[in-house]
Design a protein around this ligand. Structure first.
Ligand SMILES: Cc1cc2nc3c(=O)[nH]c(=O)nc-3n(C[C@H](O)[C@H](O)[C@H](O)COP(=O)(O)O)c2cc1C
Length: 383
């Protein structure tokens, strides 16, 4: 295996090692994938100002996210089916994040359950539910998150209805994968992945199967999930969650100033400017383009974070400069996980850390907390 020096190397290796159905599930966006692509490419025109002969010693990337001390202002985003990128994926990613000193967010649609991840990690992690029609189940989920000492709740607001990804339909995405000839042929080319999966019992949606009456196999589960995502979700429901959960609340999926202003009044600690990694509204602007206006409007009232398109430390630095207090990463860590398991997630975090640290230094800054728009070349960033 050649030396890994960037997130792109992890992606290439993940593509070799993860069955097509699950690799495609990660590396895709909705419909034409225009927003998915823009999330990455819109970082490129933003230019950093190089400074010289400034003392760059004694640098610090330490920050706080929703009151939590972090080694760098980066957290792992909630991603569904992570335990299908690699056996026991959520546990491995949570451990890597814990060792590194950044938060891990467990998706409600994870393979490893809340209780399982808690049993195999040493520090609290974050939990992300979607708003479900079955409010009693939702309440139980939040109680389960509290019982295992999750330290923040990330409520995702941008999935009241589901965007379509062509590849998932064409691949017949399911967990565990159906044993069709095509799938078997593809999995035979991924022996490490198969060995891992044979060695684990974690192959279904751990937070759901066994916790909802009538949901015990793949077809009952897919019926349940498509019916459960709640298209009626509104700010009263957010207030309901706020009352149920007394810890830090983070609202994910805000792209408009108007929504950010409502979120700032909701009692949440942070919002994530996010288009769900280009997986929901195709045609929406990139998150980095939406960020400055939102940060300017509500940045003094609520913590503003960003996700979607982060593939390097330079991207993190640009997001911070444009007003994000921190970022979430989705695919960057999933590629690491698919490529090399826990070591791959650690590698992803190390790469981002080093790139962020050195790029900050080149801009003549020593503390990430002091980074602002003045490190950017005027005229090259969205306002
Ligand atoms: C494979 C995959 C699964 C995802 N599943 C969820 C999920 O279960 N809940 C959620 O809130 N967001 C989910 N997301 C969105 C991420 O939390 C995050 O917004 C997105 O990945 C950020 O973009 P990036 O992948 O370019 O970093 C998912 C993203 C990916 C790539």
């Amino acid at each position: 295996m050649s030396v890994i020096t960037c997130i792109e190397d992890l992606r290439v290796l993940a593509k070799k090692r993860v069955p097509r159905m699950f690799y495609d599930y990660a590396d895709s966006g909705s419909w034409t994938e225009t927003t998915y692509r823009a999330n990455e490419t819109d970082f490129q025109p933003i230019k950093l100002r190089q400074r010289v002969a400034v003392n760059m010693e004694g640098r610090s990337l330490r920050a706080t996210l929703a009151g939590q001390e972090v080694a760098m202002p980066v957290a792992l985003a909630p991603t569904g089916l992570t335990g299908m990128q690699h056996a026991d994926g959520e546990i491995l990613a949570a451990r890597a994040a814990e060792r590194f000193g950044v938060p891990f967010t467990l998706s409600m649609m994870s393979i490893c359950s809340l209780e399982d991840v808690a049993a195999h990690t040493g520090k609290p992690f974050w939990f992300q539910p979607y708003m479900l029609r079955d409010r009693a189940f939702m309440q139980r989920l939040i109680e389960r998150a509290r019982a295992v000492k999750c330290s923040a709740l990330v409520l995702t607001l941008d999935l009241q209805v589901l965007g379509q990804r062509h590849k998932d339909i064409k691949n017949g995405l399911s967990a565990p994968p159906r044993l069709t000839l095509r799938n078997i042929a593809n999995m035979m080319t991924k022996p490490r992945w198969c060995l891992g999966m044979l060695g684990t019992r974690r192959r279904q949606f751990g937070n759901i199967v066994g916790h909802v009456t009538g949901v015990d196999d793949m077809s009952s589960l897919s019926d349940w999930t498509t019916k459960q995502f709640d298209p009626t979700l509104d700010w009263d429901d957010v207030a309901w969650v706020r009352r149920l959960w007394d810890g830090p609340l983070i609202l994910k999926g805000i792209m408009e100033v108007e929504d950010a202003q409502l979120a700032a009044k909701s009692g949440a600690q942070a919002i994530v400017v996010s288009n769900h990694g280009g997986r929901q509204l195709d045609g929406a602007p990139s998150s980095i383009r939406a960020l400055p206006a939102i940060a300017d409007a509500v940045g003094d009232k609520i913590e503003v974070w960003l996700d979607s398109g982060i593939r390097s430390g330079q991207d993190v630095l640009k997001a911070i400069a444009l007003g994000a207090r921190g970022v979430l990463i989705g695919r960057a860590f999933l590629y690491g996980l698919g490529a090399l398991g826990e070591a791959g997630v650690t590698k992803c975090l190390e790469l981002l850390y080093k790139e962020l640290d050195l790029s900050m230094a080149f801009c003549g800054r020593t503390r990430i907390r002091d980074v602002d728009r003045s490190i950017l070349l005027p005229g090259t960033y969205p306002t």
